[in-house]
Design a protein around this ligand. Sequence first.
Ligand SMILES: NC(=O)c1ccc[n+]([C@@H]2O[C@H](COP(=O)([O-])OP(=O)(O)OC[C@H]3O[C@@H](n4cnc5c(N)ncnc54)[C@H](OP(=O)(O)O)[C@@H]3O)[C@@H](O)[C@H]2O)c1
Length: 243
Amino acid sequence: MTASFDFSGRSVLVTGGSSGIGLAIARGFRDAGARVAITGTKGGIADYPDDLSAFTYQQVNMLDVSAVEALAEGVEQLDVLVNNAGTTFRGAAAYDPENFEATIDINLNSVYRLCHRLQPKLQPSGGSIINIASMTSYFGSPRGPGYGASKSAILQMTMSLGALWAQSGVRVNAIAPGWISTNLTAPIQDMPEIADPILQRTPMGRWGKPDEMIGTALFLASSDAAGFITGVTIPVDGGYCCL
Ligand SMILES: NC(=O)c1ccc[n+]([C@@H]2O[C@H](COP(=O)([O-])OP(=O)(O)OC[C@H]3O[C@@H](n4cnc5c(N)ncnc54)[C@H](OP(=O)(O)O)[C@@H]3O)[C@@H](O)[C@H]2O)c1
């Protein structure tokens, strides 16, 4: 994608920027001139298949509250926070109460903690927070109740924090990706009983690509383009929400 926005001199943090949607968004901000820091769960960038050398990397497991606190503590100044790290449990494990709780901790509680800790560091720069929601923010998630609960709450929290900080100079928005081809969805892409209904229900009839999230992320982060937008969640979903 050709960058249409200029983030030269800006600092961006993308959690879960080591792969998939987060990596695409991190590359998008880098291509637009920003200094980009990413997080992942592994020890270092050599542990990942993609070249992450353009980014500052920090190992953070969002289940580890002290690691999340240390991440926030280490940030001096920030223009854009992208709360992207997320996961789900599959099969019978998805219904285990401990895993429900872990999913909420990773996908929701860590996001709130980072918003709370980093909002004061975003404020001076008229910064922006972008959360990553999901189609399960809007629809039931019978294969992953914890995932659906966490993503639905991301949409709600985005509205709440958007309103709370509206006059502070910090805007809070979210992107709700449709079904995107990433490591997270790799296990179901080859399962016709799951993949076929997804594609049939997606008017564009295909899986989305991580790069297709970049434009919306740059738009939402741009105070020139989106300066009067806060608290919204934008679906980027090939029309999935239309039906
Ligand atoms: N793919 C889709 O169809 C889709 C649709 C809607 C929403 N989303 C959301 O988009 C976001 C990115 O997902 P993706 O599809 O790009 O999947 P992905 O390629 O698996 O990327 C997930 C990212 O989150 C990190 N992560 C996973 N568990 C973590 C934990 N416990 N602590 C800290 N970081 C953790 C991963 O780190 P490692 O690389 O170290 O594992 C990775 O950087 C997630 O919030 C997901 O819910 C995805």
